[in-house]
Design a protein around this ligand. Structure first.
Ligand code: SF4
Ligand code: MG
Length: 315
């Protein structure tokens, strides 16, 4: 099932334009066809950079990205165009990603026309169908982005992505700007679309709670490195890494049994100049001598579960 795999190995990404440069260091990530992977960490951990590299929006300066077994940088221009349609990215702020001067008809209908998925005559009907699929009134096609609420705009952004018939969606903080009740509706929409379109997702969020019900597997990043990855239920039942445990403490839950961990304290160190040894040691309640000296490697601690912490060596 590794067919629709996007794989990153040993890559360094750099932030775009005037953003801070994030180093993504020695990360390997494989996403199976139909899988939903939640990628979680605090801001500056490199998760957005990793998402942009996986989506092909931003080239890896080192390492490789494979889609369906093909290295992106070695694709022919025709293959690259096809991949660019198959892999779509959905961003946090729908307003800044929707052209305010275009009607929804053109926002959603332009790319399918350009890429020959629909002809000019069929475009209106096609856009109407996409709007219905994301739970919007098809007559909205005549309106402009400013005439919608944040949740509706995000649905328009999703309709635009779906309109080019993608297989893989990279969602970067796609519900972070929305009210909690609207967040739940949009998350439910993502889940429904997963079934209807047989989609694969990389779902990036700073909030572990957001990815809980959506993800099959969770990948936790800290300062450019993956510190833990496991099936979602394993993360929530028995998080291994002290950083994951700290993130869990911040997820509001009715079940007080789970509140045994202390939220993560202290400033996030600069990703440009991470602490030596385990990057998490200045904030870790379990830090010991070895943690200040030696970087822990990601190790398989149980089948399908990986964690990078010296405590797993009994030290
Ligand atoms: Fe904490 Fe040490 Fe484990 Fe890092 S290696 S998470 S500092 S116990
Ligand atoms: Mg980000």
């Amino acid at each position: 099932p590794l067919d629709a795999a996007a794989k990153i190995a040993n890559l360094f990404g750099a932030g775009l334009r005037d953003e801070i440069v994030h180093a993504v260091d020695d990360v390997s990530l494989t996403i199976a066809d139909g899988e939903v992977v939640g990628l979680v960490g605090e801001s500056g951990c490199g998760k957005s950079t990793l998402g942009r590299v996986v989506a092909g929006v931003h080239p890896a300066t080192k390492g490789e990205v494979l889609f369906r077994g093909r290295e992106l940088s070695t694709q022919s221009s025709a293959e690259a165009r096809d991949t660019a349609l198959k892999v779509q990215m959905i961003f946090q702020d729908p307003m800044s990603s929707l052209n305010p001067r275009l009607r929804v008809q053109d926002i959603v209908g332009e790319a399918p026309k350009v890429h020959g998925l629909v002809d000019a005559k069929g475009s209106e009907e096609y856009v109407a169908e996409m709007l219905i699929r994301v739970g919007l009134d098809p007559t909205y096609a005549r309106r402009y982005p400013h005439q919608f609420s944040g949740g509706q705009r995000q649905r328009i952004g999703i309709a635009r992505a779906l309109a080019v018939n993608p297989d893989f969606l990279v969602c970067d903080e796609s519900v972070a700007a929305l009210d909690v009740s609207i967040q739940a509706q949009v998350l439910n929409l993502f889940m429904r679309l997963r079934e209807e379109f047989h989609l694969t997702y990389l779902f990036i969020s700073h909030d572990l709670g957001v990815v809980e019900h959506l993800s099959d597997r969770v990948v936790i990043m800290y300062l450019g490195r993956v510190v833990e990855t496991a099936k979602t239920e394993d993360i929530f039942e028995s998080a291994n890494h002290p950083y994951t445990q700290a993130l869990l403490a911040e997820v509001p839950r009715l079940d007080t049994r789970k509140r045994k961990f202390v939220p993560v304290k202290g400033e996030i160190p600069s990703p440009l100049n991470p602490p030596p040894g385990c990057h998490f040691h200045p904030r870790c309640p379990h830090a010991h001598e070895r943690c200040r000296m030696e970087q822990p490697l990601l190790k398989e601690i149980a089948p399908g579960r990986f964690s990078a912490c010296h405590l797993n060596d009994g030290a």
